[in-house]
Design a protein. Structure first.
Length: 668
């Protein structure tokens, strides 16, 4: 390739915005990347993280060749080997494991480091390969499943508002979401709404960047959001502002749910949430009187033991007020429920039914029954709960661990074999944003460096090396993409691979503006929204009064500089992050003799990590916050926030509980 060309692509990272980008290539080298100005959601802008993506692809620590461990597990000591050597060793080990222990002894552990339908966590090629071997299923529940389950329980789907329609909202509730850090493209639509007179409220335990820019901030006690939703609805009922026609014609279980709402007057909710009763009542009145009201809630809000009930309660608001009738009204959590691709993993290839292993349970379930752990798009030592036990389990000499990676993560240090993986500008992929209504195409802009291979090509070569003959294991990337688009769902009408490759992105075939439940039509058996029976609020651990030796409620939000642990090794972004920090309220700092800038130990019965103290009223008394995303081996003390996060399930979907733990802090 000579001269200068512009290649259209899409960001693969775990962010709702799934940006469209343009890569400038000169003489076969990627020299510039920018947000696609023609994309209606990206609008020409990338985030502070992805602005450094090209630099990241050329980093000095990029893994470019297959590696074999030569030192102790965890040491990160490897020798370079050829692909043939790597494939032969893997083939022999996998065959032996299947023959002796059965395919279920293999755990294919995928993460969300790439959300592509070809190369990423949704990738169908790898899942077909594992089905042929009869491997255990992997349940990717770490990110959003509590909320997904809560929304499915009430609405039948996690799909809701088109986020672009927040431009039409008159009241916007940014509920447990830091928009300016974790999906900043939505802010443009919020600004459009504000220019038309909308009022923006941030409901968050932390005074985030977003909360500082909102018209109003409610610093709620962590894990009490469902109680606040019920308290707001109590005020709506007091005002007689419920939409009785919508309730009668498009919902079920209303009378039972109404009785539940009446159990949560603002005075009671104030005691639960730690918010002033006057603030609860004022927002309830605003909600009662403002149409349309749009609610934005993303994944952080449901990472506690009551996470499913929380999203279920939030989704009840637009049903009671009738906001679903209006473009700009409703709740936006994940637009993935509106994406109807044909994700054919060929489960018919399984030789027999197999068990399912949950990724949040790696510390507990990585037992003697698992003989091979295959990690892709994931860094569980850095990202998963119960960090110390995961490390212990990965030390097993009888555990054959293969890691497909781009960089020498903490998890890669424990691998027996490391396979070099492509980055997004080097492979083909199909994406669907979970924060907008577009399908996205990623065309490779440059050749992979060194001997890096895409996920799809890795599994094609491995299948061939193992002598497997199932034809679908050898489908090309374009064939796989064609299959994904073949569901026949009306939302995909007119969308083809050729069109995506030419245009880079195509909006799903839905109206604009999009009010999916204006006339009911919920994807439930009755076609109606299903209000819960019985208790609608499940308290989290940190919603209860603290006691014992660990009195501080810890939340672990996303940082501005890393995306999960992606970019956690980037020198410039690490410099901007200023190392691990823990926000402590002045009153809590004074009680412990902590000073600003001091290095402290944050600990509980599960473990400990070290961080620099930042004394700030951005957190309320009794609550501390320390961002996720740091690499343990690049952190003081060799541990991060997940050393103190319990391996415990949320109320629905077996979701993770990153924001539901008690700790203590002491000076180092």
């Amino acid at each position: 390739m000579s001269g200068e060309v512009q290649i259209l692509g899409a960001c693969p990272l775990d962010c709702p915005d799934t940006c469209s980008w343009v890569v400038t290539v000169e003489d076969g080298q990627a020299v510039k990347m920018r947000g696609n100005p023609d994309h209606p959601y990206t609008r020409g802008a990338l985030c502070v993280k992805v602005n450094r993506y090209l630099e990241h692809t050329k980093a000095a620590d990029r893994i470019l060749h297959p590696l074999r461990r030569v030192g102790p597990k965890g040491s990160g000591t490897f020798e370079r080997i050829s692909w043939d050597e790597a494939l032969e060793e893997i083939s022999v080990r996998l065959r032996a494991i299947v023959d002796e222990h059965g395919g279920e002894a293999i755990w294919p552990y995928n993460g969300t480091g790439n959300l592509g339908y070809l190369q990423g966590s949704e990738g169908i090629a790898g899942r077909r390969f594992w089905n042929v071997l009869g491997a255990s299923r992997h349940y990717l529940n770490i990110c959003s499943e509590a909320g997904n389950s809560g929304l499915k329980a009430i609405n039948g789907t996690p799909g809701g508002m088109d986020p672009e329609n927040f431009a039409l909202s008159k009241l916007i509730l940014l509920w447990g979401t830091n928009t300016l850090t974790s999906g900043h493209h939505l802010w443009k639509f919020i600004q459009d709404a504000r220019a038309a007179g909308a009022h923006v409220v941030a409901i968050d335990p932390i005074r985030t960047r977003t909360a500082e820019q909102a018209d109003e901030h409610l610093p709620i006690r962590p894990g009490t959001d469902a109680a606040l939703a019920l308290g707001l609805l109590h005020v709506v009922l007091e005002e007689g502002a419920e939409d009785r026609d919508y309730l009668e014609n498009h919902t079920e279980n209303w009378e039972a749910f109404r009785e539940e709402i009446l159990r949560y007057p603002p005075a009671r909710v104030a005691g639960i949430t730690g918010l002033p009763e006057t603030d609860i009542r004022a927002l309830g009145l605003r909600l009662a009187r403002t149409r349309p009201t749009g609610i934005r809630a993303t994944m952080g809000i449901q990472r506690h033991s009551g996470g499913g009930a929380t999203l279920r309660a939030l989704a009840a608001l637009p049903a009671v007020t009738g906001d679903w009738r209006h473009p700009g009204g409703g709740i936006a959590y994940s637009t993935s429920g509106h994406v109807h691709l044909n994700i054919d993993t060929r489960d018919d290839l399984l030789p027999a039914p197999v068990r399912t292993l949950a990724m949040t349970r790696l510390a507990g379930d990585l037992d003697e029954s698992v003989k091979c752990l295959w990690v892709a798009m994931a860094n569980p030592v850095g990202s998963s709960p119960d960090q110390n036990r995961i490390r212990e389990k990965l030390l097993r000499e009888d555990l054959f661990t293969v890691v497909m990676e781009q960089f020498p993560t903490d998890t890669a240090d424990y691998a027996d074999i490391v396979l070099p993986a492509t980055m997004q500008i080097e492979n083909t992929d199909l994406h669907a944003g979970y924060g907008h209504m577009y399908l996205m195409w990623n065309e490779p802009a440059v050749e992979p460096p060194g001997e890096c291979l895409s996920t799809t090509e890795t599994f094609r070569r491995l299948a061939r090396h193992m002598g497997l003959t199932e034809p679908s294991l050898f489908d090309s990337d374009l064939e796989l993409a064609e299959q994904l688009l073949s569901s026949g769902h009306p939302s995909l009408d007119g969308i083809t691979v050729d069109r995506l490759r030419k245009e880079g992105w195509v909006r799903l075939n839905v109206p604009q503006p999009f009010a999916p439940f204006a006339d009911g039509g919920f994807p439930t058996p009755s076609g109606r929204l299903r209000f819960p029976r019985g208790s609608a609020y499940t308290p989290s651990h940190t919603a209860s009064a603290p006691g014992g030796p660990y009195p501080l409620a810890l939340v672990t939000p996303a940082p501005h500089t890393f995306l999960n642990t992606t970019f956690g090794n980037n020198p410039e972004l690490r410099r901007r992050a200023k190392g691990p920090r823990v926000l402590v309220n002045p009153a809590d700092a004074a009680d412990r003799g902590l000073t600003d800038g001091q290095r402290a130990r944050v600990f509980n019965a599960g473990g400990a990590f070290e961080a620099e103290v930042e004394i700030s009223e951005r957190v309320r008394p009794g609550v501390v916050a320390s961002a996720k995303g740091n690499w343990p081996k690049l952190s003081p003390g060799g541990a991060t926030v997940n050393a103190v996060v319990e391996q415990r399930d949320a109320d629905m979907g077996r979701g993770a509980v990153y924001h539901d733990n008690f700790v203590e802090i002491a000076p180092v």
